[in-house]
Design a binder for this molecule. Structure first.
Ligand code: AOF
Ligand code: ZN
Length: 360
């Protein structure tokens, strides 16, 4: 890195984007951070409805006053910049030529469901644009920034960059790695058991129902936050899970089963023979997020191949040793995470949920 320039490489193309130190003075410097924080805060309002589009927030500022703000509310509708610029009052419109627009993601340069935001910013005559992070979407990838600079707008890139990328980590992973963002999930007893082996015992123990009403709600919320959900062939055949959203309100994810010669594939389910085939098929179908719910072999296969991003591990209040007074009931033990960092611990009515991140 030199001359304040940082080479940003996205899917093979290298862009020279200026990340020179933030302008000092009354309306630059620390204020850029403040307004970008506000963009992130606004963006989060789109959590439920913006997907599969990214969550984006925008703020229009002139002489230390916010004259407009907005966020991307719903996929197919106006982008954050459009909403922020339309919110500017008539009596403030003359200020736009001296104003700065802050956006958590690079303004788009393409015609998608809506026209390019970069063109709108240019046509409104703004003076400066502060961008959180580059858009990894193949049709944008720095072209929005370039368009603004070519039109003479001063552009600063990379304010709160990590936070802005992290906000849309699923969208980023999908476009960067050309596969869905993968979350793993399992629930275990205190002594690490996730299920029982024999069919008869599975029925008796309800295959070890570990979650309580509260953690079940969280589990269903998580399902609603993913576009597809996957189990292995054996789990489908033995448990016949519905994998839908019942204890929460939201859209059912697309059910997928991994395996060969799957018997009685339920209507509407997709089936793929390998993890690789699953991931490329989901990518081609525009599925950005995948939740893997089991069983042990399937989860371990994702871990061993190092293709996962997050894992949620619930530990119940009981141990299998206490529950299993009968002899001969074989237990299935939890998968073992590798290359993982624990990022969060939360407690819900005596149950612990650990959140792990894959170290890639
Ligand atoms: C922005 N501001 O608020 C968002 C952007 O089909 P469209 O027209 O909705 O375009 C979707 C793409 O636009 C999406 O994949 C991402 O690259 C970008 N999203 N861009 O300037 C926004 N949500
Ligand atoms: Zn846009």
């Amino acid at each position: 890195m030199n001359n304040g320039k940082k080479a940003t490489s996205i899917e093979g193309s290298t862009l020279q984007l200026s990340t020179k130190s933030l302008p000092s003075g009354r309306f630059g410097g620390g204020f850029d951070l403040t307004y970008m924080h506000r963009c992130i805060q606004l963006a989060r309002n789109g959590q439920q409805n913006a997907q599969p589009n990214p969550m984006v927030g925008a703020v229009v500022v002139c002489e230390g006053r916010i004259i407009g703000e907005g966020y991307h509310v719903r996929c197919g509708e106006g982008h954050a910049e459009v909403n922020a610029l339309t919110s500017v009052k008539k009596e403030d419109e003359h200020l736009l030529k001296d104003a700065t627009i802050y956006v958590s993601l690079e303004p788009c340069s393409h015609y998608g469901k809506t026209p390019p935001c970069a063109d709108l910013i240019i046509s409104k005559g703004l003076k400066r644009c502060v961008v959180g992070c580059v858009d990894p979407f193949a049709k944008v990838q720095g072209r929005g920034i370039q368009k603004l600079r070519d039109a003479g707008i001063e552009v600063t890139v990379g304010v709160l960059e990590e936070e802005c990328k992290n906000l849309n980590k699923r969208f980023m992973t999908f476009h960067r790695l050309k596969r869905p963002f993968i979350s793993l999930k399992w629930a275990k007893t205190k002594d690490g058991v996730i299920g029982v082996k024999s069919e008869e015992r599975r029925a008796k123990h309800d295959n070890l129902l570990i979650s309580n009403t509260y953690t079940q709600m969280l589990c269903h919320k998580r399902r609603a936050e993913h576009q597809a959900i996957l189990v292995g062939r054996r789990t489908l055949e033995m448990d016949a899970p519905s994998l839908n959203v019942r204890a929460w309100k939201g859209k059912n994810p697309q059910p997928v089963v991994l395996g060969k010669n799957v018997k009685d594939l339920p209507e509407g389910w997709w089936c793929f023979e390998t993890i690789e085939k699953t991931l490329s098929a989901l990518y081609e179908r525009g599925i950005q997020t995948l939740l893997v719910e089991g069983g042990r072999e399937t989860l371990q296969a994702f871990i061993d191949k190092d293709v996962w991003d997050e894992a949620y591990v619930e530990t119940g209040e009981f141990s299998w040793a206490e529950m299993n007074r009968e002899e001969g009931v074989e237990a299935v033990f939890a998968p073992t995470l590798k290359n993982a960092e624990r990022v969060e611990d939360a407690w819900f009515m005596g149950h612990q949920i650990e959140q792990w991140r894959h170290l890639s």
